[in-house]
Design a protein around this ligand. Structure first.
Ligand code: G3I
Length: 362
């Protein structure tokens, strides 16, 4: 785990870098509140956000906001197989390299997302897997991890492999990977990634563990079973990402969620909240939605930050201007900063939840 002293130094260093040439003249606005990364670092927590290269490249004020608030970034699309290798052997590495270079200059670390995800398999690889030609699976992991070796702090190795609704006893999703390689593909992915960069930390990432519902009961059970199997088989996994794409009005099952976090921690795994944001389909006005979203984030973080194995809060974007959900929920309030990059009630909720959290040992 990163020490608290390291996080504070990194947060302070990156704050200074908001004025290096790459970012000059790009003030995020008059907000003078303390950056989230600084507040988080005092508790031994790491704060970050998902970003897309085109956002950082095209909007210098947003790039400055990200550098100001974050000690880490998660590229939202660029490292996915479909984006990185749309044709076999034809790598679109420029956006990845640009993001890594930007991160290096801004003093933030990179959590690359994601090596193996059923929703981002290029067509050529889908055809290969369906035909039983499985070498592309190993090549994908080995190739990407080696290409960025030493520059990616954490990899999301496997994303969203659980889907109890698919009807398997183990709760795993019937994906092209599972059909081609069997359930062992998850462990294999971690072994291959670890061999390609033994220094990179490796993560399993998924959603759907927080609510009071039979579906989330099944998802919690499936996750615990999967992680227990991986740990029993000595698979090199360092942590899990719980996405945290919240719905404003869903009821969090605090007892079951807390228990799950404790059980995951007992396996020796770190826990990251990796894709925090809020969707709200209600008819309320935008002010009411901003309050509902902030309240839900506060309820959620109050539960997760009690668990000492939770080390990171990563939002899926920082500003509503770039939220993935704005097309679908145009009056929503998904992220901590508004479209003019001013902090909203959600930012306050995050600050207050962090301030209440116990200090992680460093
Ligand atoms: O890069 C192209 C661009 O060249 C083109 O002009 C544009 C036109 O639509 O498309 C761009 O690619 C899009 C990309 O986002 C970047 O904006 C893809 O079409 C689009 O499919 C892609 O969507 C991403 C989606 O995952 C699917 O990969 C979103 O950015 C990303 O936020 C979303 O993230 C997922 C996580 O990976 C896993 N968890 C759920 C989360 C939300 O669905």
């Amino acid at each position: 785990m990163l020490s608290r002293r390291y996080l504070m130094a990194q947060a302070a260093g990156a704050a200074g870098l908001a004025t290096v040439p790459i970012l000059t003249g790009c003030s995020p606005g008059p907000d003078t509140s303390e950056p989230l990364k600084v507040i988080a670092a005092r508790k031994g927590l790491s704060f970050g956000s998902q970003v897309l290269w085109r956002e950082l490249q095209g909007d210098s004020a947003y790039a400055a906001l990200v550098a100001r608030e974050c000690v880490q970034i998660t590229p939202g699309n660029e490292f996915k197989w479909g984006a990185y290798e749309p044709s076999e052997g034809d790598f679109v590495s420029e956006p990845c390299e640009s993001l890594l270079q930007w991160a290096n200059q801004a003093g933030v670390s990179v959590r690359a997302h994601t090596l193996i995800w059923y929703r981002s398999i290029p067509k050529w690889a889908q055809r290969a897997l369906a035909a039983g030609e499985n070498t592309c699976f190993t090549a994908r992991i080995q190739g990407a991890v080696s290409a960025f070796r030493g520059r990616v702090a954490w990899w999301d190795v496997v994303n969203e492999a659980i889907e109890p609704a698919d009807g398997r006893d183990d709760g795993l999703r019937r994906s092209p990977f599972l059909e081609a390689l069997g359930p062992g593909y998850i462990a294999d992915a971690f072994f291959i990634a670890n061999a390609a960069d033994p220094e990179a930390k490796l993560c399993y990432n998924d959603y759907g563990f927080e609510y009071a519902s039979p579906d989330h009961d099944r998802r919690r059970a499936a996750l615990l079973r999967l992680l227990t199997d991986l740990k029993t088989a000595d698979v090199p996994i360092d942590g899990i990402g719980i996405q945290g794409h919240l719905f404003a009005d869903a009821v969090i099952d605090t007892k079951a969620f807390r228990t799950l976090l404790r059980e995951v921690a007992a396996l020796g795994l770190k826990i990251k909240i990796t894709e925090l944001d809020v969707r709200d389909a209600s008819a309320g006005d935008s002010k009411a939605k901003a309050r509902r979203a902030a309240d839900q984030v506060r309820r959620y973080l109050d539960v997760v930050l009690e668990e000492m194995a939770v080390t990171d809060i990563i939002t899926w974007g920082l500003s509503d201007r770039y939220s993935y959900w704005m097309d679908e929920y145009p009056d929503g309030s998904p992220l901590p900063f508004d479209t003019a990059f001013q902090p909203k009630l959600m930012q306050r909720a995050i600050v207050e939840a962090i301030e209440k959290a116990p200090i992680r040992a460093g």
